[in-house]
Structure formats: C-alpha cells, structure tokens
Write a protein that binds this ligand. Structure first.
Ligand code: BGC
Length: 372
C-alpha cells in the first residue's frame, strides 16, 4: 500500500513539474537520445510480471531509451492514472499489460491524440481502435497444452502427442474440476477454450466427470487471477461434492491459482501421495518448487524475455517509421479491429524437462530451488 501511494505521489509530482513549466523529466529520463517509453504492468504480486517489467526496461535501455516502468497492483484507476502520468511526462510510446482490457479506452484516446503508439503486451486491449500492435503467446495453444498435460498426468493420454484417450487410465471415469482466469482478461477465454477443446469430448463421453457441474467459464472464473479466491472456491467444491469421493485432476490456468487450489486440497486432507494432477502456467519459482516437491504436476513456460524483445521491437519499429514484424493478422479481434499480433510459442514443463527449459536457459535460478 505504501509503495502504491509513493508511486502515485511520484506521478503526481512529475505532472506538477510539467504544469509549473519546470523540467518535464526526472534525471533518469534525461540521458538517452531515444526518449521516454512508458511501460505499464498490472501487478507485482506475481513474479512473472516483475520479470516482464525488468526485461522490457533492460531491452529499451540497451537501445538508448529511458523507461518509466509502473506497476498498478491490480487496481484499474491506478493503471489509468499511471498511463496519464506517462503521457504527461512525454512518453513517445506505451507498452501496456492491462489489468482490465476493456477499461483503457479514454486514456488510449489521449495517447492517439498525442500520436503515441500503443503496444498491447501479453493481454489484448479491447474496445479501442488505438492499439497499434499486440505481442503475446499462442494463448489457445497454452490451453490445449494445459489440458493435454493434465490428461498425461492422469494417465488418460499416453503422451503429450496424444489426441484421444490412449493412456493406461483411458477408461475412467475420473473426477476433474475446472478453474479459469479473470473474465476481464481476454487471455482467460483463450486458455479456457483451448483447454475445453481437449477436455469437452472426454466429458461428453464420460471419461471425465465434473462433479460440481461447473463447466462454464463464468462459473469457474477467478477475478484478478487471485489465488485466495481459487482456494476458497476449491474449499467449497470439496465440501459440497467430495466428502466421500476423490478428486483426480484440476485444470488451473496459472501457477498462483494452482497454489491456492493445492492449499485447499491439503487442508481437506489430501497428501503428496493422494493429490490430484494439477497443472498451471508461468513457471513461477514457487510452483517449480511445488513440482519438485511432488504437488503440482506441470506448468507452462512462456519465455517473457522473448516477449519483451518482441514488444520493444514493435515500439522501436513504429518510432522509426518501419513496419513491425507480425505473424498473426486474424486471431485477435478486440471488438473494434483485428490487432496485428506476434505470437510466441509456449512449452509444457514437468520435472522431466524443467532443467533444460528453465535452469539452463537462465529463466529461473537453481539456487532458488530446494532440490529433492
Ligand atoms: C497471462 C498469464 C498469467 C495471468 C495471470 C495472463 O494474462 O497471460 O501468463 O498467468 O495473466 O497473471
């Protein structure tokens, strides 16, 4: 809270300097020739966004830009006022990971009026024509991978290449529950729809059973991707449906939610040996540790260092009057237009390949893990 107030105060102070005609920039925005770029991230409560912010800043600074990096701690008005502050300080471009992709229309109009290009970072910004490009991952594929990995962990699929029930536990029936992300994040729909493209046929055929009956995204969503919300919902589901039955698998779209789900299951008496198969996303250190401890089964690795490079390249290209590279011009309709996008590739991580994908690539530090 204190940090948030300090940050808001800093933005206000910078705005006051502009209004009073004094130097419009802080010392750190004076040095580079490239000018100031505003980078707006949703929250520091998840390690992935901290890494994202650091990578974007480093990449921009390496190219001679100065950076105003702000975190809005999942508060929409804070994000809007931070963006306004960046425009007031003279940002030449904005790179934005939105908290609520539908709430930035006015501030993006102000950006457009000032000819400031906008890159949507990881999360699509909706309902605005003033989004120039979108840098993200193949989000539908993330969902497909999460469901596939869940089924491999449960033994319903023989391997990550399976497309039908061909594993040792193919017959079922197995009990699963579904968790989705925040409904104000466009990605939540892509992850859920990708996952359900794999799970729904098996629910229809009776191999998988969702005892709670909660299978619509509206029923299984988790506002602001909050792990405590997912934990509470799982507690209620366990009390209501699993007093005398066992849960075998949980689809979870984000490591922070998976950790909440695991906490609820452990409280209800599940142990390392009896926990259901649980998936996740983001390869957060705490969840890689959980995997090594035999709790979470898998996660999805999205190399945010690469995403940062793509987003920065887009912004720099626009500022240089060039066309950014894209590889998708059809998938991401934001309600006003299809936003030209560059989609990076996500990877399934289990204890079998985490070293190669996460440690050897330097994404996480082995010293931060307690190895079994
Ligand atoms: C991101 C995920 C992340 C989630 C919660 C989504 O928009 O794509 O990587 O797990 O937000 O922060």
């Amino acid at each position: 809270m204190l940090k948030k107030i300090t940050r808001i105060a800093a933005v206000a102070a910078a705005a006051a300097l502009v209004l009073s005609g004094c130097a419009a920039t802080t010392a750190d925005t004076d040095s580079a020739e490239g000018g100031l770029i505003g980078v707006s991230m949703p929250t520091q409560s998840s390690t992935r966004w901290i890494s994202d912010g650091e990578s974007i800043k480093a990449e921009l600074e390496a190219q001679g830009f100065t950076v105003d990096l702000q975190y809005a701690e999942d508060d929409i008005p804070t994000q809007v006022s931070q963006l306004e502050g960046m425009l007031t300080k003279g940002a030449k471009a904005l790179i934005i990971a939105a908290i609520d992709g539908t709430q930035l229309t006015d501030v993006l109009q102000a950006a457009a009026d000032a000819s400031v290009p906008v890159i949507a970072y990881d999360r699509l910004i909706r309902d605005s024509a003033n989004v120039n490009y979108y840098a993200t991952f193949d989000n539908f594929k993330v969902g497909v991978q999460q469901a596939t990995s869940l089924l491999v962990g449960m033994g319903v699929f023989a391997s990550e290449d399976s497309t039908s029930a061909d594993g040792p536990n193919a017959a079922g029936p197995w009990n699963i529950e579904l968790v989705a992300g925040s409904l104000d994040d466009n990605n939540a729909f892509f992850f859920f729809n990708g996952a359900m493209s794999i799970l729904q046929p098996l629910i229809d055929s009776g191999v998988l059973v969702v005892k709670s009956g909660q299978t619509d995204i509206e029923q299984v969503a988790t506002l602001r991707w909050d792990g405590a919300v997912a934990q509470k919902r799982m507690e209620d589901i366990l009390v209501g449906n699993y007093a005398s039955d066992t849960l075998h698998g949980v689809l979870s779209p984000y490591d922070g939610l998976s950790r909440g789900v695991i906490a609820a299951l452990v409280d209800a008496g599940y142990t390392k040996d009896t926990l259901p198969t649980i998936v996740g996303q983001d390869a957060e250190t705490a969840s890689v540790q959980s995997m090594l401890d035999g709790e979470q089964y898998s996660t999805i690795f999205k190399d945010t260092r690469e995403l940062a490079k793509v987003a920065v390249a887009m912004a720099v290209a626009i500022l240089n009057g060039a066309e950014p590279e894209v590889n998708d011009t059809s998938t991401y309709d934001n309600g006003v237009k299809v936003v030209p996008s560059f989609l990076l590739t996500p990877y399934i991580v289990t204890v079998d390949n985490y070293k190669e994908l996460l440690i050897d690539s330097g994404y996480i530090n082995e010293a931060d893990l307690v190895l079994p």
